[in-house]
Design a protein around this ligand. Structure first.
Ligand code: SAH
Ligand code: SF4
Length: 366
């Protein structure tokens, strides 16, 4: 079996090269060619000798996620439906037993001077937030580091001709990144490494439903993305109903972890707040949110709920424009930095998890 190289760190590639009896620095050269130059064909790795090309072709593989379908939005966003293979075997172990077919989504969103790429960290999700389509899939499986970083590479490759100088990555597709911690962080380190994709930590954002031990672990990392926390409610009873994870990590514990989180000088936390019409979008909710986040160096992103497919059957409605504006102005009056974020690509079902839900019946031809 050829060894899969996508997702390996520089150190892992060095060790693997050494295990083949090649000089370890060849591993660092593959690392650079793969992630910095984005060469996915060994023959194109011009920094390696020809004899090594041949050997790598026999003994190794670079497998980018296959694109089963591609959807172009009128607003320029492109959404990729990516069927994944069987769960990659753990080091030294045998292949995991077959699970339901894992299909994830990645979205490329161009804007002035930059592109934002939204990627998934798990197929499906176990957290079960009531407003989220991904939740209806349950957890299918964790993604490997290679499958996570591979989504960014696919989106960059496919748009090679129109790339802006700056790339933002948001871990806001399917899945709860802090419940697939090791693979997610291995991928993030590759994204942030100046010798690899070289993205700025200011431009990579991990969004969590509020897994407190994960936030505490992230706080200790030397290299880490920015942190966004999905708050989505202004008190525990409301949050319990929308996000059952709140019973395990209630608002006070979550905010305490946020208070202790060591922000870098340029950094502030983001709280995401999905506005559900008539559920969590009242003026009282806004005042309570202002009190909760008031003492923190933080901003709030208000996200009007995206109903997605009409047949999703979810008992929610988007907020009215008046409710959005009132909520926003209450936070702003209380000096909380606040922004309203509309989902891009609504015409291509760009809400979290939608494509996988719609397409879960189709046969893919990878
Ligand atoms: N699991 C992580 C990251 C993925 S979800 C998390 O929950 O934070 C990314 C964001 O999309 C979260 O803030 C989530 O609350 C929001 N979201 C989920 N479904 C949505 C929908 N239908 N409309 C608008 N936002 C949604
Ligand atoms: Fe999972 Fe995030 Fe969806 Fe909640 S909102 S079910 S944590 S993907």
């Amino acid at each position: 079996m050829p060894v899969e190289l996508l997702g390996k760190s520089q150190q892992e590639l060095r060790e693997w090269m050494a295990s083949l009896g090649e000089p370890a620095y060849r591993g660092a050269q593959v690392y650079h060619a793969l992630y910095a130059e984005r060469r996915f064909d060994f023959a194109a790795m011009t920094n390696l000798p020809a004899a090594l090309h041949e050997r790598l072709k026999r003994q190794a593989a670079i497998t980018l996620p296959a694109v089963a379908r591609k959807y172009q939005s009128a607003d320029g966003a492109v959404r990729y439906l990516l069927p994944l293979g069987p769960q990659p075997a753990a080091a030294g172990g045998s292949e995991a037993p077959p699970t339901r077919r894992a299909t994830v989504e990645a979205v490329f969103m161009p804007s002035e001077g930059r592109q934002t790429i939204c990627i998934s960290t798990q197929a499906g999700c176990a957290v079960d937030c009531k407003y989220c389509l991904t939740a209806t899939l349950g957890l299918v499986r964790n993604l490997s580091a290679g499958e996570i970083v591979g989504q960014v590479l696919v989106a960059l490759e496919d748009n090679r001709e129109r790339l802006a100088p700056r790339t933002n990555v948001v871990l806001m597709g399917q899945g709860e990144p802090l419940l697939n911690y090791d693979a997610t962080m291995a991928a993030v380190r590759i994204l942030l490494d100046p010798n690899a994709l070289a993205l700025s930590p200011r431009h990579v954002t991990l969004s969590t439903s509020g897994i407190v031990p994960g936030i505490e672990r992230l706080a200790k990392e030397k290299v880490r993305p920015k942190l966004a926390v999905s708050l989505n409610a202004s008190n525990d009873s409301e949050r319990d109903a929308l996000m059952p994870i709140n019973r395990k990590y209630p608002i006070a514990a979550l905010l305490e972890a946020c208070r202790r989180y060591p922000l870098r000088p340029w950094e502030r936390l983001t709280f995401e707040y999905v506005l559900l019409g008539g559920v969590n979008d009242s003026a009282d909710d806004a005042r309570r949110v202002a009190r909760l986040v008031g003492g923190l160096r933080a901003k709030v992103n208000l996200i009007p709920w995206n109903p997605g497919v009409p047949q999703s059957g979810m008992p929610y409605a988007p907020p009215t424009p008046a409710a959005i504006e009132e909520f926003r102005s209450i936070l702003a009056e209380k000096q909380v930095p606040v922004f309203v974020r509309y989902s891009r690509g609504q015409d291509i079902f760009a809400a979290c998890g939608q494509l996988a839900v719609i397409e879960s019946g189709i046969e893919t031809h990878a």
